[in-house]
Design a protein around this ligand. Sequence first.
Ligand SMILES: [Zn+2]
Length: 492
Amino acid sequence: MKKLSFMLLVLLFVFIMPENGHAASGNNKIFLDGKELTAGQSVPVENVNGTIMVPLRMIVENLGYKVEWNQSAKTVTIKQEGKVIKLSVGQKTASVDGNTVILTEAPVLKTDTSLVPIRFISEQFGLLVEWDNKEKTVTITSPAASSDSGSSTGSNSSGEGTSTVTSPPDSADNLTMVNGVSFSGNQLIIAMDGSSEPKISVLNNPDRIVVDIPNATFSDAFGSGQSLDPNLQGKLDATEYPDVKEIRYSLFSSNPYTVRFVIQLNYSKDFGYSTSVDSTSKLAIVDLNAIGGLAAAGSTGTTNDTTVPPGSNGKKLIVLDAGHGAKDSGAIGVTGKYEKNFNLAVVLKAQALLKKEANIDVVLTRSDDTFLELKDRVAIANNLNADLFVSVHANSSSTSVASGTETYFKRDESKAFAKVMHKYLVQATGLSDRGVQYGNFHVIRETKMPAVLLEVGYLSNKKDEALLFTNDLQDRVAASIVSGIKEYLGIS
Ligand SMILES: [Zn+2]
């Protein structure tokens, strides 16, 4: 019992300590263009789930913006030169000139000051914001200061609505937003909104491919899907790919704004590059498989494959997910066949068919026998803002008589998609129709677009298993996936 009470004491201590840590956070310093805003003041700066939160009013007023605080509604309104930004304490969405923006963390109230994510400040006001975790110092650089004469920015903190201070760059309105990135199947795929054309360079010593996206920054959606440190840098995991040593990304420059991705290779390598163009969004794909079909533009990759004429409805992005993989075999058939291999075969066939569709882009969560966590499959689809998600599986039951085809959905918005997909799938298998069903599966629950999980047949049933591992059946199922997707999207 003595030991137990000691443990309780330790636990208590652990829980109380963070509060003390916060209370002692008064020695944080905030610099704007070299001038300390925090001189002689105690300022809260907090780390909330890895997001550095800084006091909004102090920074924004020093930039010459007007800040209004509504005590009862707990809302902050920032105004300058027609631009209006509204934030609410505890809410992850903000409004910028009527458009909704997602914050990585909701604003919090601390010592009568609202704290907001450091990146919100940098993105909305066109600033370079850096956080030195060791010194507990926030350094803010306005674009004017970083370009030349760094002296004339910043008003006195008492200045009320002074208009001579720095305002965000005009170009902030039409910055391209980089929404997500993934590396799967030996392809780097970058999702973005905006008109910027990526520039690709190939460099040696070490061998690397550099993708620069001019006039671009990371959107909040990017930060919610991938790790992005306060310096706006991060890395992708590509440890399973022998060609690749490391993939990193950063806001390479804030003047002019440039987002950079670097694929550091283990040896020099040919690759293909393409950009799919859409009226509002696009994918840039650097394909280290250097295969055809992607309309690879050669190793210099300076031209783009524009298969959809601008002004058309644009391409839809489909993420196909072959269930399981590698050490996770999924169900095992009565004769010992693995579900993971069936799933992959169908997905590869469906991918080949979808690649022929002019209005569809397709991305696979896995294109070979590799293992992915469920959350990684979801992240690929969410990071890329995919339009549809289809996960392919085969079922198993303790009773060998169980047989037939099922289609699962989890969220209401997926139900109509599930019905269409099931109609074609049942036709394709010819097995008994076990219906469209509600199922609480991770990949169709956590994805943010209409998502279905197909259980094509039962590997525990001898007849189903034999059928599922025929080329004909796999071709038909792949074709049915394409038919369902096209009907749901209204593509003829
Ligand atoms: Zn499965």
